[in-house]
Write a protein that binds this ligand. Structure first.
Ligand code: ZN
Length: 279
C-alpha cells in the first residue's frame, strides 16, 4: 500500500509532509505485519491477565531490571554520578517512565500495571512504542509476544537511565539517536536476552505466566478500538516522528491534530501506524 493513501494531512503543508514520510521504508514493513484477520474475540480468549497478576508481573519487571540491568552497570554509573540509587515501582495506570531526582540522587523507573495488561493482547499491544521498536529494529527477531514486549520495556526504560547518565537526554528529543544507540547495544550485547530469560524462568516461581507465543495480528477495527479522542499519539519513522492528539476516530483512520513541531497540522493516520506516547 502506498504511503500517500495511508497518510493524508489536510493542510497546505501536505505535500511536504507526505514526501518526507514516503522516503522511509517503515510503513511498508508494517503493512505486511499487520495483515487483516476476520475473527476477533476468539483470538484474545487466552490473552487476559488479572489486575492482581499484572501488579505481580510489574514487581517481576522491577526485580529483573534491578538485578540484570542495574547491578552490572552500577559501577559505571556511580563512577559518573557517585552514590546514585535506583528505585523501581509498579504504577496503577498505563504510565511507564524513567525519572531522575537530583536531590535524592535517585533514578526511578515506574512500570504501569495497565501497560502490562495492554501488552497481553495484540490489539492493545500494537499501540505501544515497544511494539514498534521490536518490529522496526528487529529486536527479539522482530517477534511480538507478551514476554518479548515486557522484557523490552525493561530495556527501554533502562536505556533512558543510561541515556541520562551519559548526558544525552535532551528536552524535546528524548527518543534520539543516542537513545537508540544505547537500546541497540542492550539488545546486541545480550543484556536484553538475559532480561527475557530471567523473566521467563522466574515467573512460574510466583505462579505467573508470561506468554511467549508470537501475537497474531489485528485488523484496523480492532486497532482503532483502543483509541479515544484526546489520546496523545505518535506516528512516523525514527527520523520523521510526528506527535499529536486524537481529534476524531474514523472508520479506518484517526484524525490527529499535530502538537510540538507539527502544531497547526492535521493528519489522517491509519490505525496500524498510531503509537501511544511512551516516555
Ligand atoms: Zn521512552
Amino acid at each position: 500500500m502506498a504511503v500517500e493513501s495511508w497518510l493524508r494531512p489536510f493542510s497546505e503543508h501536505r505535500l511536504e509532509v507526505v514526501s518526507i514520510l514516503s522516503s522511509s521504508g517503515y510503513y511498508s514493513d508494517l503493512s505486511t505485519v499487520f495483515t487483516r484477520h476476520s475473527h476477533t474475540e476468539s483470538l484474545f480468549l487466552n490473552m487476559s491477565v488479572s489486575p492482581q497478576d499484572a501488579r505481580s508481573l510489574g514487581h517481576l519487571l522491577c526485580t529483573t531490571t534491578a538485578e540484570v540491568l542495574w547491578q552490572p552497570a552500577r559501577g559505571w554509573i556511580r563512577e559518573r554520578h557517585p552514590g546514585t540509587l535506583l528505585a523501581c515501582r509498579v504504577g496503577a495506570g498505563q504510565a511507564t517512565y524513567h525519572r531522575f531526582d537530583p536531590r535524592l540522587r535517585q533514578h526511578s523507573i515506574t512500570f504501569g500495571a495497565r501497560m502490562i495488561i495492554a501488552k497481553h493482547r495484540p490489539d492493545t499491544a500494537a499501540g505501544w512504542l515497544s511494539s514498534r521498536e521490536i518490529l522496526n529494529r528487529g529486536y527479539f527477531d522482530g517477534q511480538l509476544s507478551t514476554l518479548n514486549l515486557l522484557a523490552h520495556t525493561c530495556c527501554h526504560e533502562f536505556a533512558h537511565l543510561l541515556q541520562h547518565v551519559a548526558g544525552k537526554r535532551k528536552r524535546g528529543s528524548v527518543h534520539n539517536r543516542h537513545f537508540y544507540e544505547i537500546l541497540d547495544n542492550l539488545h546486541a550485547s545480550g543484556a536484553a536476552q538475559s532480561v527475557r530469560t530471567t523473566m521467563q524462568h522466574t515467573a512460574p516461581d510466583h505462579g505467573l505466566s508470561l506468554p511467549d507465543q508470537p501475537f497474531a495480528i489485528a485488523s484496523s477495527g480492532e486497532l482503532l478500538a483502543q483509541w479515544q479522542v484526546g489520546d496523545a499519539v505518535g506516528f512516523g519513522s525514527d527520523a520523521h516522528w510526528r506527535e499529536g492528539v486524537v481529534q476524531r476516530i474514523n472508520r479506518k483512520t484517526c484524525t490527529v491534530a499535530g502538537t510540538g513541531a507539527s502544531h497547526g497540522l492535521r493528519y489522517r493516520v491509519p490505525a496500524s501506524m498510531l503509537r501511544r506516547l511512551e516516555t
